[in-house]
Write a protein that binds this ligand. Sequence first.
Ligand code: ATP
Ligand code: MG
Length: 450
Amino acid sequence: MNEKLAAAKSEKLAAVKGMNDILPPDSARWEWLEDKVRSLMGRYAYRNIRTPIVEPTALFVRGTGETTDIVEKEMYSFEDKLNGEPLTLRPENTPGVVRAAIQHNLTYDGGKRLYYMGPMFRHERPQRGRYRQFYQLGAEALGFAGPEVDAELMLLVHDLFAHLGLRNVRVELNSLGVPAERQAHRAALITYFEQHSELLDAEAQRRLHTNPLRILDTKNPALQALVQGAPQLLSYLGEGSLKHFDSVKALLSACGVSWSVNPRLVRGLDYYSHTVFEFLTDELGAQGALCGGGRYDGLFELLGGKPTPAVGWGMGLERVLELIKEQGQTQTEQTPDAYAVIPDAAALPRCMQVMQALRGAGVSVQMHAGAAEALGSMKSQFKKADSSGARYALIFGADELAQNSVTVKALRDGSGAQQSRSLADIAAWAATLQSTTSTFAGQTCSAGPN
Ligand code: ATP
Ligand code: MG
């Protein structure tokens, strides 16, 4: 047995560092967010795709790029115990989606619009907004070459943020042109950085001949002035690339999305061409990137498929939820409509039938559950009913059941009012138990877009 495993035998086990449990009531915020996402994706006619969490390591080495942070240092990789196959927990999902599209020939009859939501894994230093397991929402449009789909994808993010009530999110854009234009720019960049090589840090030195574009992406403050003065890719774009970029910008403006061009926005990934973009906030400190994406017309071929234009984005859902919190949207607990108080276990079969009928009518009912030998005193059951947050107690006493009825007691309005309700006609009164407010109280559920 592995030494660490042996030592851990008697220790209390905790989740892996940087990987979080999402517990109630916080999980209600996640469900709320996921519901918003699904409904909006439907309106833009994007369909769900689910690919495996584990993929061959080669998929990311090729698809994400050998010189990216992700492949250089962030992947959780291991060998399959049986056949030694190198495997990796997905650090992002675009390569997986493209692999699946090639494998199943998804674009044989035209373009496809897809979205996914799920956990990604990166071995980074955990801090607020940066985790080792985190959730990404992503959208990919496969098989479309025109600028309108780039604009549509960004509009989708803009619209989602509006539906979530987020404010002050900036959109930055750039164009990476086509490979020949990038080559010319790359040569100019290398010359420029070579002229100033004494100013480069070790990482930039290393990248100078592998991926000089990535030097523009540096987070080292000492390099900012140097990077500011570097040749800009935008001035190497030809007519076709400029036209594509101009159309994207015009379509965004026409749809009310404000944007600004950031000539240094290069993204960490190698397979991008034409449009790249980021949605950013200043309200989450250093982890201000909420969503990043762009066009990756070269990726299908790189992964062994037919040339297929494609564009997409990935969004960090923890950061989105952090920002919602930061901007003051509050959350209420999920509470049941009713709590079933059951004085005698002999009544359980009938009680459970009634609860099933109520749930069938849309009422949320929490059943009292007790110890092995007894359900507990009325007093302790009412205490539990109270702490459950339910607005009503349903009291299934022997007398009530003998008359085929149940007592409904108001728990929250201060009246303590009790009413006897007939079990012969549950549908007639079930709706009076139902709460009208949603489980997550932002600006969201009662008014405004949803
Ligand atoms: P960053 O510069 O913050 O490391 P990135 O360029 O690595 O971001 P992408 O690979 O484009 O990010 O992933 C898309 C989105 O996923 C990011 O904009 C961010 O919101 C989120 N994200 C990336 N890495 C993490 C992480 N370790 N924890 C939480 N969210 C993350
Ligand atoms: Mg990163």
